[in-house]
Design a protein around this ligand. Sequence first.
Ligand SMILES: C[S@@+](CC[C@H](N)C(=O)[O-])C[C@H]1O[C@@H](n2cnc3c(N)ncnc32)[C@H](O)[C@@H]1O
Length: 286
Amino acid sequence: MPNRYADPWKGFAKRWDEYYTAPGRPTRDEVRIFLNYIKKSGKLAKGKKSKIKVLVLGATPELRDMLARIKADVSLIDVSKYMIREMTKLRKTRSKEHRFTGNWLKMPFSGGYFDIVVGDLAQGNIPKNKKDIFLAEISRVLKKEGYFIHRIFHMPEHQRYVNPERIFGRYSRYKYSKQLHMGMFMDLLYNTYNKKTNITDTAIMKGWISKYMYSPGKFRHPDRQISKLLERAYVMWQPFKKKWCTFPEKDIAKMMERHFIIMDNSIRTGSHRMAETFRIWSLKKR
Ligand SMILES: C[S@@+](CC[C@H](N)C(=O)[O-])C[C@H]1O[C@@H](n2cnc3c(N)ncnc32)[C@H](O)[C@@H]1O
């Protein structure tokens, strides 16, 4: 990995389909929001001879399937060859695409090449001191008036630490679903936020949950639903070394505005509980 953050993505691929549920991956509704923003950008206008050129940051299968449906000329770039291979197995359709193994901070494309860059939860992977380089690089590869359409998770504005037991208490009362462990994971993750470093850190979470772990990956919490949710989260997030760097919405906006005009980020999906802090931003190159 080019950045300082420990990276468990490799192990993720195989477990992805069963355990990496929303909001970690885009729901059908969120893919529809991406598509709406693409349509609104005007880049798909009828009568254009050549296909629109779209770059995917990462290998998100849901976005690649959607782009195949609109017959875009798709390139994708991910630092992990393994993730590209595994995510490709999760695609529902097949289509020709140009796949690159490389770093978003220094991409092998000439300036002004793409009409649109899309990404799902990419910016959180970039350390604070590299965020501006990341955004400048996206802007560089975009054509004049090109769009960057990006799902971002931001911090709730008034995030305050609460005792993790309160979070467990809340999740013990929710009706069980396949994606409930991801919601609990996100609430615990937000609770690790350090306002000075802007880092959310799964290692802190590990400290809270390990007292309930009686053997690797097996949990005994007084509430059986919590034990199950912890077991499901553990499969995804072991060895609990992953960190992300993100900000409250206002600070994300400030950061984006150096390179882009914010066209919209107001649509809230109805497809999961974290709609407020997981939003898709339509950004136009300045
Ligand atoms: C796009 S992000 C977030 C996960 C997202 N929900 C998805 O569907 O892919 C995950 C991907 O980013 C890749 N990645 C992280 N940092 C990167 C970087 N600096 N350059 C290129 N790829 C990177 C990882 O290898 C991983 O495949």
